[in-house]
Design a protein around this ligand. Sequence first.
Ligand code: DGL
Length: 270
Amino acid sequence: MNLHPDQPIGIFDSGVGGLTVAHAIKQLLPNEKLIYFGDTAHLPYGDKSKDAIVHYSSDIGKFLLNKGCKVVLMACNSASAVAYKEINKQVGEQTIVLNVIDPVVEYIADNFKQGKIGVIGTKATINSGAYEYRIKEIRDDLKVVALATPLFVPMIEEGFIFDNISNSIIQAYLSNEILNKINALILGCTHYPIIKNQINKYFNFEVEILDSSKIVADKLKFLLQVEELINPQQQPEHEFYVSDYTQHFNKIAKMFFEEPIRLLKANLWE
Ligand code: DGL
């Protein structure tokens, strides 16, 4: 692998939710140029089969590689859960491939002495068992329970965030007895940081809520430092692509990235 600090960082998700991760990276690594791809034409990944998710992720991985990215970060839990191995096999010799699950698993292994950990995410992520499996691999003393909460994504995208509808849906899912007496809850979906405060409130601030965007950004910074790939340049111009463009995506992108951005259409499958 012959990578250079001035190459961009590629980030992809099924839609605009991965912008929560892009935002955390921008905050921590302000000199890095980001190239983001949201596969809005195939959203949601959470309800798709493994084959479909691998197929889309693989094409996006190649797109980011062709854009000269030194890193391809899968900022989507569903893709990370079912397609990481395949994508790493396909482009991992030419670029660094990262997923959003392993850094969280490592964080838990290093920071939790004992206890019960809950995971919430899409059906694809939860049905894959990726979090339980990977945590058990390194810390089989921890109890891990997982719950699919598929309504959270459309709820957030429709702007139901601080109201009775979101509170009712949050209450309906999180009161599931499987989550009784958890010590920490992993937000296993890149949309969920948007409702982190409400989830915190639901648990009376007694449960540690693990938001992968910050943990993943820290891990990326660490890796770039080790590989001497930190970009010293100033003021990068980021690029944001979506496979299907609508005004709605443009509007909600701002909520995830915390500043207005210009989405460009790039349909890799046309
Ligand atoms: N961003 C996806 C994830 O993190 C959720 C949205 C979807 O289902 O595509 O799993």
